[in-house]
Write a protein that binds this ligand. Structure first.
Ligand code: SAH
Length: 233
């Protein structure tokens, strides 16, 4: 029996997983926080799924690094997780062979591509490089790809982001993973990132358009992969 914490930024990404695991909404976190928690026990494990919740100011999901770090930190105060899974969507690269709805397991290090601090002693700190668990065995067993994940707080990217994503050897571009990896590093929790591709970073169409079009299908693939992972963990 393990305590498994699943962090999912957006409600639409989380919903299929919540349903598959029969989780029920709970209000465990401090009232000031917008994150939502869903708890349950199924088969071998206890689960706490945390989403970043909605912004009361802007009416959209609290995507990005700050809510992810605060939400995970708060959740770890009340749930002694044996494992933290980050399930979410990401952009991928057609030129690297990515397909829409393809699922990647993270590979260390998890890095940022928008924390540029061009002072020699701060450069590596800005880039991050936080560990995740070795996913090679899980990837082999479930026939999933392993990939490097690169995080920023932008859905689009500029030339500097592009250069750093290349330096990071990025396979998955998203907006939470490095922040969650940092919290797991602080709390010494094993961290397992699972990312499904909603859009192509090197595609012809705008990211937001691809994202909306592919979201449902990709979240279904993400849920299937998470359920299979949970069965063999
Ligand atoms: N256009 C979306 C906004 C979602 S923001 C909407 O209207 O709902 C993007 C979310 O999906 C973030 O949580 C991020 O982790 C993930 N994501 C998917 N594709 C991405 C990409 N190409 N770049 C950055 N984040 C991406």
């Amino acid at each position: 029996m393990k305590n498994i914490l699943i962090y999912v930024a957006m409600q639409s990404e989380a919903q299929p997983i919540i349903e598959a695991l029969d989780l029920t909404i709970t209000s465990l976190l401090p009232k000031a926080l917008p994150m939502q928690t869903f708890a349950g026990k199924k088969d071998k494990h206890h689960y706490l799924l945390v989403t970043s919740g909605k912004s009361t100011l802007y009416g959209v999901d609290n995507v990005g690094t700050e809510p992810a770090a605060v939400g995970l930190q708060a959740a770890l105060q009340l749930f002694d997780a044996d494992l933290v899974i980050n399930a979410g969507t990401a952009g991928g690269w057609q030129t690297k062979g990515a397909k829409i709805a393809q699922v990647y397991l993270g590979k260390s290090p998890i890095r940022y591509h928008d924390h540029r601090i061009p002072i020699p002693t701060f450069e590596a700190y800005g880039r991050g490089s936080y560990p995740c668990m070795d996913t090679s065995e899980l990837a082999r067993k479930l026939n999933l790809t392993q990939g490097f994940i690169s995080t920023s707080n932008s859905l689009d990217f500029n030339q500097d982001c592009d250069r750093l994503m290349q330096e990071n050897n990025a396979d998955c571009k998203e907006m939470e993973c490095a922040a969650l990896a940092w919290v797991c590093h602080l709390y010494q929790k094993p961290f397992l990132p699972v990312k499904a591709i909603t859009d192509f970073v090197d595609g012809k169409h705008p990211t937001a358009e691809q994202f909306q079009q592919n979201l449902n299908r990709t979240c279904e693939a993400l849920k299937n992969a998470v359920i299979k992972l949970l069965a063999i963990i």
